[in-house]
Design a binder for this molecule. Structure first.
Ligand SMILES: Cc1ncc(COP(=O)(O)O)c(C=O)c1O
Length: 403
């Protein structure tokens, strides 16, 4: 009989657990411990490379979550980190050394851009930023010393979509490892490993956790690379706390239903905004008119829960609009059950220069919405009344004193 392959909804609820085990707790226990007792020296030697030695190295609660994530991503293995940023920094530091070169997309999360452009050069690494969807530029940037091609799709907050097959093939041709920040996609909408990407990273703080109550990072991918990254994680000391790992596991169980609802809500909100006279532009991968819509529909099951748009007005109008909303909470972050609103030039992209922001199209008028699982009519009604405060005409006034 042909073996049945479980779907993502099932993996999210049942993944990482030993389903044949009987008489154990249904909920994974929290191993809230820093260290593990051993009986003799021989066992000590055996335990060192396991999740029963010292929690900076690993922990059984983490192992269940890591196995569940690896199954969801269709990857060999996965690792947890104390934050999305520590997943990115540890992975890059694990795979490079002084003299190496990295190619990275220009429009990625601002914290990652800061690490690539302001920190890596201090350690003797060179970084070339390339326009996200200009693959000729990616190819031209490759050097004999290039070790990593760093990607993000869809991008934060511009929602550009990367052609995963194409970049994976290009990187292979040059013997370069591909890393993707797939936070906005989640494995429910896209599994980059299926397109040949080597390492998939997430800010697990967002959709995986799903309830805005934990900070977490994730890397999933090829076993040989994951082993190297594990050793670096141990040295840098950025493993996750066991209690937060348990919260993460609970979040993962509802990942599929949350993301499917967020996909539906976000598309409806994007369609509403597109038709509104006080909205200049809307970016959402599955929205009619998005430049990579066909590609997004090919490689993603849904457009995700984040969208960005520009108000027809000034940066001050964008701020006034965000403050006027009642249901959307004014807060950074994304991916939780509650809908959030933020102004990228003040939050996710405040740490990069205005010049770099201009290159990627992050304007003062841009608003980013993270759509939750509330009733979509309620969300649209809130946006409709919030837009009443927008002046509705083009002005060149800078955000000025608001920043
Ligand atoms: C796309 C993306 N990647 C990485 C990060 C960093 O994650 P964390 O805040 O968990 O360190 C963020 C945070 O907003 C993000 O949006």
């Amino acid at each position: 009989m042909k073996e049945h392959r479980r779907q993502a909804e099932t993996e999210a609820v049942r993944g990482g657990m030993d389903l044949s085990k009987k008489n154990g707790p249904l909920s994974t226990p929290i191993y809230q411990t820093s260290t593990f007792e051993i009986t003799d020296m021989e066992e000590q030697v055996r335990a060192t490379s396991t999740d029963h030695f010292y929690t900076r190295y690993g922990n059984p609660t983490h192992t269940v979550a890591e196995n569940a994530i690896a199954e969801l991503e269709g990857a060999d293995a996965a690792l947890l980190f104390a934050s999305g940023m520590s997943a990115i920094t540890t992975t890059v530091l694990a795979l490079t050394k002084a003299g190496d070169h990295i190619v990275a997309q220009r429009d990625i999360y601002g914290g990652a851009t800061k690490f690539f452009t302001q920190w890596l050069p201090k350690f003797g690494m060179e970084v070339t930023l390339v326009d996200t969807t200009d693959y000729e530029q990616h190819a031209r940037a490759m050097r004999p010393t290039t070790k990593i091609l760093h990607l993000e799709s869809p991008t934060n907050p511009t929602l550009r979509v990367v052609d995963l097959k194409r970049v994976a093939a290009l990187a292979k041709e040059h013997g370069v490892a591909t890393l993707i920040d797939s936070t906005f996609s989640t494995p429910i909408n896209c599994r980059p490993a299926e397109f040949g990407i080597d390492l998939v990273m997430h800010s697990g703080t967002k959709y995986f956790g799903g309830h805005a109550d934990l900070i977490c990072g994730i890397v999933a991918g090829r076993k040989d690379l994951i082993d190297t990254i594990h050793s670096t994680r141990t040295t840098l000391g950025c493993n996750m706390d066991p209690h937060a790992a348990w919260l993460l596991l609970r979040g993962i169980k509802t990942l599929a239903v949350r993301v499917q609802r967020q996909n539906e809500n976000a598309l409806r909100v994007a369609q509403f905004l597109k038709s509104h006279p006080k909205v200049r532009s809307v970016s959402y991968p599955f929205l009619e008119g998005h430049p990579q819509r066909a590609l997004a529909m090919q490689q993603m099951h849904g457009g995700g829960g984040v969208l960005s748009f520009e108000v027809e007005g000034t940066g001050q109008d964008a701020c006034r609009f965000a403050e006027a909303l009642q249901l959307f909470t004014l807060a950074p972050s994304l991916g939780g059950v509650e809908s959030l609103v933020t102004i990228p030039v003040i939050t996710s992209h405040s740490m990069i220069s205005a010049e770099e922001r201009a290159k990627i199209g992050v304007t003062d008028q841009m608003v980013r919405l993270s759509i939750g699982i509330e009733n979509v009519q309620d969300l649209i009604a809130d946006l409709e009344s919030g837009l009443a405060v927008v002046k509705g005409q083009r002005q060149v006034e800078a955000l000025g004193s608001r920043r």
